[in-house]
Design a protein around this ligand. Structure first.
Ligand code: FE
Ligand code: ZN
Ligand code: FE
Length: 180
C-alpha cells in the first residue's frame, strides 16, 4: 500500500521533470543567443543537446512504466524560465549580461539536481534499477553543467567587475545589438 502510493508520487515527479526539461529545450537557445562570451554560448548549446537526451531518457522510463509523460506543468521551472527571460530582456552590458545568464542558468541546474536526486532515491526504493541508472546519467550531466557554469563564471564575473559603471546608453546599445 505504502509502496503503491510512493509509486504514484514517483510518476508525478517524473512528469514534473519531463515538463521541466521540455521547457528548457525551448529556453536554452534563448540563453545561448543572449550570450556574448563564445564559451558560454557553446556551454548552453552543449547543454541543449544533453537536455534533448534527458527528455528521451524520461520517455524511455515512461515507456517502461507504460505511462504517458504529459499532463503536468512544472511550475517551479515555469518561474525560473520567466526569471531568465526577464534577465535576457534586462539592459545589461555584455559581460554583465553573461554573468546574469550564468546566475539564471545555475538556478535551473540546482533545481533539476534536486528533482533528479529525489526521483533517483524513489527509483532505487521501488526496485526500478534501470530507471535509476538512466536518472543517474542525467543527474551527472546536470552536475557537470553546473560546474561548467561555475568555471565560466570565474572569468566572466571578473570581466564584468572591470566594466566601470556602465552608462545607460552603452547598456541600451548592447541590448539593441542582442535584439538585432
Ligand atoms: Fe535537464
Ligand atoms: Zn517542478
Ligand atoms: Fe540542466
Amino acid at each position: 500500500m505504502r509502496k503503491d502510493s510512493l509509486r504514484q508520487l514517483y510518476v508525478d515527479e517524473l512528469k514534473d521533470l519531463y515538463s521541466a526539461e521540455t521547457q528548457m529545450v525551448k529556453t536554452l537557445p534563448k540563453l545561448a543567443r543572449a550570450s556574448s562570451n563564445a564559451q558560454l554560448r557553446q556551454a548552453f548549446e552543449n547543454h541543449l543537446r544533453e537536455t534533448s537526451e534527458q527528455v528521451s531518457r524520461l520517455e524511455q522510463i515512461f515507456d517502461m512504466l507504460e505511462e504517458k509523460p504529459t499532463g503536468r506543468k512544472c511550475l517551479g521551472m515555469d518561474g525560473l524560465v520567466k526569471e531568465s527571460s526577464e534577465t535576457v530582456q534586462g539592459a545589461y552590458g555584455d559581460s554583465v549580461m553573461d554573468a546574469a545568464l550564468i546566475g539564471a542558468a545555475q538556478r535551473v541546474e540546482h533545481y533539476e539536481i534536486a528533482g533528479y536526486g529525489t526521483v533517483r532515491a524513489f527509483a532505487e526504493l521501488l526496485g526500478e534499477n534501470e530507471h535509476a541508472s538512466l536518472i543517474a546519467q542525467t543527474l551527472e550531466e546536470e552536475k557537470q553543467a553546473d560546474q561548467t557554469l561555475t568555471r565560466l563564471a570565474e572569468q566572466i564575473n571578473a570581466q564584468a567587475s572591470l566594466v566601470a559603471e556602465e552608462t545607460k546608453e552603452s547598456a541600451n546599445k548592447s541590448a539593441a545589438r542582442r535584439a538585432a
